[in-house]
Write a protein of this length. Structure first.
Length: 259
């Protein structure tokens, strides 16, 4: 996903403009099997910080605001709570996100130009030593709206989709309902966030761009579809994650109901 989103930025190799299957083959040829998993430790830390905080903030706020009779919150309130959770979550997860992008991008560079991040903590230490602490929050201006949008898609849209399906009587509370609702939420989240995700990835890669406005203008010159580069791998990544997250979270809601 990171590689396909990077395509087209000035200075980025053109070979990665190919479809996802060709990108996969090129990555395997160039970096071997481990190239596919570059940035894995950073991804794990990112999920442990960013996702935990944004989901948790929404759950706590929703539980406190839900009427005593159990009636559902208005969709606008769900959107506002999801936006709040997304903004808080990215403050916790941005450093790991920066390292994740850098580790994946590092594998694409010629061997002589690679930094050689060994794991997420080595990446954090290297970036702070070379560029300073503020470099860990590079791309935050793009990440905040992205985080707000993804939380609206994954969380608010999930609750609303679940409420809508339940009201039709087609499905009752259970795994099938959770699967369908989370599938809708994952697709909505990918669609909402992809343009911002493309710009965020390009901004985080280094010092080529100084602001989100510069990234926007450079991407816009490639045409409207440039904002949706990497949509398929993004959907493949985000939808299963959304489905599994909600299936497990719904189990946890039963075991540990919010108070």
């Amino acid at each position: 996903q990171c590689i396909t989103q990077s395509t087209g930025s000035s200075g980025i190799n053109a070979e990665y403009g190919d479809p996802i299957h060709r990108v996969l083959v090129n990555t395997l040829k160039t970096n071997g099997l481990m190239g596919i998993y570059s940035g894995l430790s950073a991804s794990v830390l990112r999920q442990a910080t960013y996702t935990s905080v944004r989901f948790g903030a929404y759950e706590v706020a929703r539980a406190r605001l839900t009427p005593s009779d159990g009636s559902p919150l208005p969709f606008t309130t769900k959107v506002a709570l999801a936006a709040m959770g997304g903004a808080i979550g990215i403050l916790a997860g941005n450093p790991a996100d920066v390292v994740n992008v850098r580790m994946q991008n590092d594998m694409r560079l010629p061997v002589a130009q690679r930094v050689g991040y060994r794991h997420v903590f080595h990446g954090l230490a290297t970036i702070v030593r070379v560029e300073g602490v503020l470099a860990l929050y590079r791309g935050l201006q793009a990440n905040i709206p992205r985080s707000i949008l993804i939380n609206i898609g994954q969380v608010a849209c999930y609750d609303q989709a679940k409420q809508g399906v339940l009201s039709t009587g087609i499905l009752k509370e259970g795994v099938a309902l959770h699967f369908l609702s989370s599938f809708i939420a994952g697709t909505m989240a990918t669609t909402l966030t992809q343009p911002v995700d493309v710009m965020k990835t390009r901004l985080m890669q280094g010092t080529q761009f100084n602001s989100i406005a510069e990234v926007f203008m450079a991407t816009a010159k490639e045409g409207p579809l440039a904002f949706y580069k990497g949509f398929v791998p993004a959907w493949i990544r985000l939808s299963p994650q959304t489905i599994l997250t909600w299936i497990f979270l719904e189990r946890l809601r039963l075991i540990f109901p919010p108070k």
